[in-house]
Write a protein that binds this ligand. Structure first.
Ligand SMILES: [Zn+2]
Length: 128
């Protein structure tokens, strides 16, 4: 289950931002996962619950958004949204396509809890 190592990598990055934000408690870690990333969202969530205690604490929750698979046809130039098992141009049916989106694993946002108010840090970063 490589989600454990991905999770530690993710939480290492979050911990860097936590230190940069005066070690405020982390309330939310928001990631975006593409269907072709090789990351299974359910396994990532379980890994996060197992790993967070030793890194950023028990209070942090993980929000996982999944993206669509988007391609651009090399023959007709059209952009299409496709499914995992049919990566063909929706316009002309060609298999010669470029992947535009769908293989990413991105840290989108980290939210911190401040003692008297709520602040947040935004980041968009490829974790690997
Ligand atoms: Zn096409």
């Amino acid at each position: 289950m490589h989600e454990i190592s991905l999770c530690y990598s993710l939480l290492d990055t979050v911990a860097v931002h936590q230190r940069a934000n005066m070690n405020k408690s982390v309330s939310l870690v928001h990631v975006k996962v593409g269907p072709l990333s090789g990351v299974e969202p359910d396994l990532l969530h379980h890994a996060f619950l197992a790993c967070r205690t030793h890194t950023i604490g028990d209070q942090a929750t993980l929000r996982i958004d999944t993206s669509a698979i988007k391609i651009r046809c090399k023959l007709c130039g059209e952009f299409s949204r496709v499914s995992v098992n049919s990566i063909l141009c929706a316009s002309c049916g060609a298999w010669q396509t470029d992947l535009i989106e769908g293989d990413e694993f991105i840290l989108q946002r980290i939210e911190f809890i401040a003692p008297d108010n709520f602040t947040e840090s935004k980041e968009r970063k490829h974790v690997r």
